[in-house]
Ligand binder design. Structure first.
Ligand code: HAM
Length: 417
């Protein structure tokens, strides 16, 4: 039996980097006032269709959707934002305090064509902020990403930012875009032509080479921003500059989800081939109201966890956790004693292992080496007969004889020193 295409196991050998990223991210989010939220993996299809947009690639062709036994249409979450908004509205969180900051980590599902950096089950680290329309928050979220990548030792990542405007400036932009698209109708793919009526902005995200070429001089949202959106974007850029966060304004950045307003961004790397975005986010000031809540500004981002780990793997090997102690026990009496000591040590957070397979001294010493034990405790029949054991420091090869009285306490004291 094999995993499904685009699904994969993350094995213990590589989990170290995942844990390191998660630890750094959690620490950072907590320092910036975010609380963890956990949301279901399965939601009503309608939630994603309405939030992400009916005419997006995700909703049109990438969702894992099925009917359950009662005929309800359900979807494996392709992203977290829609669910977190649903949760914010469902629990009326806005009533007690409209300002909320959440983060979460977990698997998402999109039926895309698998390749390096692109999976059908992939993981995101997601952050969302509700109730603040200030551009300082836009800037702060990009700063958080910058800081996380810095702490992880990553360089060569650049933030591409754009402003997609608001409902006040969208209509004028949409008009200019449609006029432009009319003039390119001959070259656009069928998908783009179909999207012209439904959602012309989506066309700017088309991956077909001919469409990309035709859209090179398409009007940009930046040239049609209203004064409020212009001010907002200026503050974001100014504060990023003051804080030394590298960014470039990318007029062509539209993102693949429909809910965005104003600031949108992607953090890109040059080291992962075609899958260059390691994180993406933006403002979505209309979504809370669209999903039944009161008008509430909101903004967030998601990091592609798999991609981030792949970038990290290029600069560091995952570290295995070394073993503190391996107990070499020879003979039945010794094995039982070793078993009892090891449990006691494990309960005191000393990473201890032993072997129950009745192997020879030589084989057991080999195993201690393989497990990279810092210390080896040798409990042979001779030693036990004298109420002692031998403790060897594997780095210095120094050996000390320890009495069985208070053995566990002595071991904790020596090993944890
Ligand atoms: P997104 O750009 O669709 O945004 O996804 C965010 C990140 O998830 C991408 O930049 C990429 O690193 C990673 N990603 C997406 N698809 C895959 C895949 N098939 N395999 C591996 N990694 C992938 C969102 O999902 C928004 N919900 C972000 C957001 C939060 N906006 C506001 N709040």
């Amino acid at each position: 039996m094999q995993t499904i295409r685009g699904f994969r196991d993350i094995l213990p050998e590589t989990i170290g980097l995942w844990q390191k990223v998660e630890k750094e991210a959690t620490q950072l989010f907590e320092a910036f006032g975010f609380s963890e939220i956990r949301i279901p993996i399965l939601e009503k299809t309608e939630l994603f269709a309405r939030s992400i947009g009916e005419a997006t690639d995700i909703v049109e062709k990438e969702m894992y959707t099925f009917e359950d036994r009662k005929g309800d249409k359900l979807t494996l979450r392709p992203e977290a934002t829609a669910s977190i908004v649903r949760s914010y509205v469902q629990h009326k969180m806005y009533a007690s305090d409209p300002v909320r900051k959440f983060f979460m980590t977990g698997p998402m599902f999109r039926r895309e064509r698998p390749q390096k950096g692109r999976y059908r089950q992939f993981y995101q680290i997601d952050a969302e902020v509700f109730g603040i329309d200030s551009p300082y928050i836009d800037s702060q979220l990009i700063l958080i990403l910058h800081e996380l990548f810095k702490r992880l030792g990553l360089t060569g990542l650049s933030a591409h930012i754009n402003s997609l405007g608001c409902p006040d400036c969208r209509p004028a932009y949409q008009k200019a875009l449609l006029e432009f698209l009319e003039s390119k109708k001959e070259t656009l793919c069928e998908n783009c032509l179909r999207r012209m009526d439904k959602n012309p902005l989506r066309i700017l995200d088309c991956k077909v080479i001919e469409c990309k070429g035709a859209l090179m001089d398409a009007p940009s949202t930046l040239d049609h921003l209203c004064p409020a959106c212009t001010d907002h974007f200026e503050t974001v850029k100014r504060t990023l500059e003051i804080q030394g966060v590298d960014f470039m304004v990318d007029k062509t950045l539209v993102r693949g989800l429909d809910y965005y307003t104003r600031t949108a961004w992607e953090i890109q790397t040059t080291t992962l081939g075609a899958q260059s975005a390691v994180a993406g986010g933006g403002r979505y000031d209309k979504l809370v109201a669209e999903l039944g809540g009161p008008p509430t500004p909101a903004i967030g981002f998601a990091i592609g966890f798999d991609r981030l780990v792949e970038v990290l793997e290029q600069i560091e090997a995952p570290k295995e956790k070394p073993l503190d102690l391996f107990i070499v026990s020879l003979g039945d009496t010794a094995v039982e004693k070793a078993y009892l000591w090891s449990c006691e040590l494990n309960r005191n957070n000393v990473r201890t292992e032993l072997d129950f397979r009745g192997k020879s001294m030589k084989a057991l010493m080999k195993r201690a080496d393989k497990l990279k034990a810092s210390y080896v405790l040798i409990a042979g029949e001779n030693e036990l007969a004298q109420n002692t054991v031998l403790l060897r420091n594997m780095a210095t090869t120094e050996q000390v004889s320890l009495k069985l009285d208070h053995l566990v306490l002595d071991l904790i004291r020596i090993i944890k020193k």
